[in-house]
Design a protein around this ligand. Sequence first.
Ligand SMILES: NC(=O)c1ccc[n+]([C@@H]2O[C@H](COP(=O)([O-])OP(=O)(O)OC[C@H]3O[C@@H](n4cnc5c(N)ncnc54)[C@H](O)[C@@H]3O)[C@@H](O)[C@H]2O)c1
Length: 260
Amino acid sequence: MRLEGKTAIITGATQGLGRAIALDFATEGASMLLADIQGEKVAQVAALIGENGGRAEAIEADVTNATDIDRMIARAIELHGSVEILVNDAGGSGNQGIQDITDVTEEQWGATVDVNLKSAFMCAKAIVPHMRERGYGRIVNISSFSAKGNFGELGTTAVRLPYAAAKSGILGFTYQLARDLGSDGINVNAVMPGFILTELGARVHDRYEELPEDVQERMIRTVPLGRAGRPDDVAKAVTFLASDDASYTTGAVLEVTGGR
Ligand SMILES: NC(=O)c1ccc[n+]([C@@H]2O[C@H](COP(=O)([O-])OP(=O)(O)OC[C@H]3O[C@@H](n4cnc5c(N)ncnc54)[C@H](O)[C@@H]3O)[C@@H](O)[C@H]2O)c1
C-alpha cells in the first residue's frame, strides 16, 4: 500500500495507460480523481475501482482548457482535502496517419502539442501552488519513445512529427520543473513508454490491429525483450515514481521500452 493516505489526479484515465495507472494506484491505496474528456466512460472506471474496494471519483475535463483544469483541481481538493500526486497521462498522436512535414497542418501541429505538452504545463501550473503550500508533491509526466525520433513506417503513431516534438518537450519540461521545484519538496519525473499494446477499443490497440502482419511483426522484432509492452508495465513505473520509494528521484526519465 505505497500510496495509502495520498490523493492523486490522473488525467486520461478512461482507457489505455491512464486506466492501468488508476487500477494500480487503487491496489496501492490511493484516493483518486480520474479526469478525462470522455465523461461517461471515465465514470465507469471510477465505479469499477469502487466496486473493488478502492477510492475513485471521476470528472469530465479537457486538459487543454484552463477552466476545466481549475474545476478538476478544486474538485479533488474538495473531495480529499489535499492532492499529493498529479499524473499527466492524457495525450496521444490521434488517428490520422501523417508522415511528411509538408502534410502536417498548422492546426494538427497546434492540437498535438496542446494535448501532449501544453496540458502538462497547465495542469502542473494549477496544482503547484497547492503542493508548494504543503511542501509535498509528486508530478509524473508521460513522454514517449517517439521523443527520440523514429524511422520507417508510422506503426501505431499517427501524426508523428508534432507528436515527437511534444513528447520531447515533455522531457525538457520535466528536467526544468524538477530543478525549479526541488526546494519545495515537489518531485517531477517522466516515464517514457515504448510500444505498449493497450486493450481492445483503446487507440494503440485498434491501430495495431489494422496494420499489415509484416509491419506488426517488425514492431515486435525490434524490441529486445521480444514482446509489446503491457499497460501494467507502465503503471508499475508510474506508481514507483509517485511513491515515497522514489523520494530521492527527481528530474529522471524512466524508460519502459523493452530495451529499444
Ligand atoms: N500506448 C503506447 O504505446 C504509448 C507509447 C508512448 C506514449 N504513450 C502516451 O501515453 C499516454 C496514454 O496513451 P494511451 O495509449 O493510453 O492513449 P489512449 O488514446 O488509449 O488514451 C488517452 C486517454 O486520454 C484522454 N484524452 C485525450 N485528450 C484529452 C483531453 N484533451 N482532455 C482529457 N482527456 C483526454 C482520452 O479520452 C483517453 O482516455 C499518452 O500521453 C500517449 O501519448 C502511449
